[in-house]
Design a protein around this ligand. Structure first.
Ligand SMILES: CC(C)(COP(=O)(O)OP(=O)(O)OC[C@H]1O[C@@H](n2cnc3c(N)ncnc32)[C@H](O)[C@@H]1OP(=O)(O)O)[C@@H](O)C(=O)NCCC(=O)NCCS
Length: 174
């Protein structure tokens, strides 16, 4: 079912016509975000098993990071909620760029994930829109992210959102 344009409610939440709500994450969301993030990690491992090998305590490390990102002033996490369940999230941060450039910081997407059964409903786009608005409110003049070159679906979604491919990361395992 395609999602109509979202409407902003007085509560500050954004609600799609099919009942999916986009709101800022709170600490109580951490368990569900972590479960979704594990799926994202598994996808990344398929693209590059060596570069994406995880430490034994990776979940604990991420839990600490996530808490910091939820509470921080230079970061924000938006969650998509359906029937009380978190079915997707977007993590944003203000990222510094070498100070020689006029644009020396940007709104950077650390993570974007939508559960498989909820894809192609416009939820990823709604999350990106919230991330972009947050970056604008923070005074950012640039919005960016990294994605895997093999992730054709995400690349298509980002292009549709107006993001232009700009850099290519090259790696060589040593
Ligand atoms: C990438 C992702 C977040 C997109 O979320 P989504 O909710 O499905 O995206 P949307 O419904 O807003 O898609 C917007 C547009 O992007 C394009 N698109 C999205 N997924 C696509 C796919 N798999 N193949 C081709 N085009 C795709 C389409 O043009 C789509 O518009 P349409 O459905 O009207 O044709 C989601 O597929 C996902 O979570 N994937 C797994 C995790 C991942 O790869 N995250 C990104 C890491 S950088």
């Amino acid at each position: 079912m395609p999602m109509d344009k979202s409407k902003k409610e007085k509560t500050g939440k954004t609600q799609g016509s099919n009942g999916i709500i986009i709101r800022k994450a709170v600490l109580g969301d951490m368990g569900q975000i972590i479960n979704n993030w594990k799926c994202l990690m598994d996808l990344n491992s398929k693209y590059n098993p060596v570069a994406n090998r995880r430490k034994a305590n990776y979940v604990e490390i991420y839990r600490r990071f996530l808490k910091k990102q939820i509470k921080g002033r230079k970061s924000a996490i938006f969650v998509a909620v359906n029937d009380g369940m978190i079915i997707g999230h977007l993590m944003m941060e203000i990222k510094r760029i070498p100070p020689v450039y006029e644009i020396d910081e940007e709104g950077f997407v650390d993570e974007l994930f939508v559960q498989k059964e909820f894809r192609r409903l416009g939820i990823g786009t709604l999350l990106l829109e919230q991330g972009e608005k947050w970056a604008r409110r923070k005074g950012m003049k640039q919005f960016s992210l990294h994605t895997n070159v093999k992730n054709a679906g995400a690349r298509r979604a980002y292009a549709k959102f107006g993001l232009v491919e700009f850099m290519l990361k090259l790696i060589k395992p040593l």
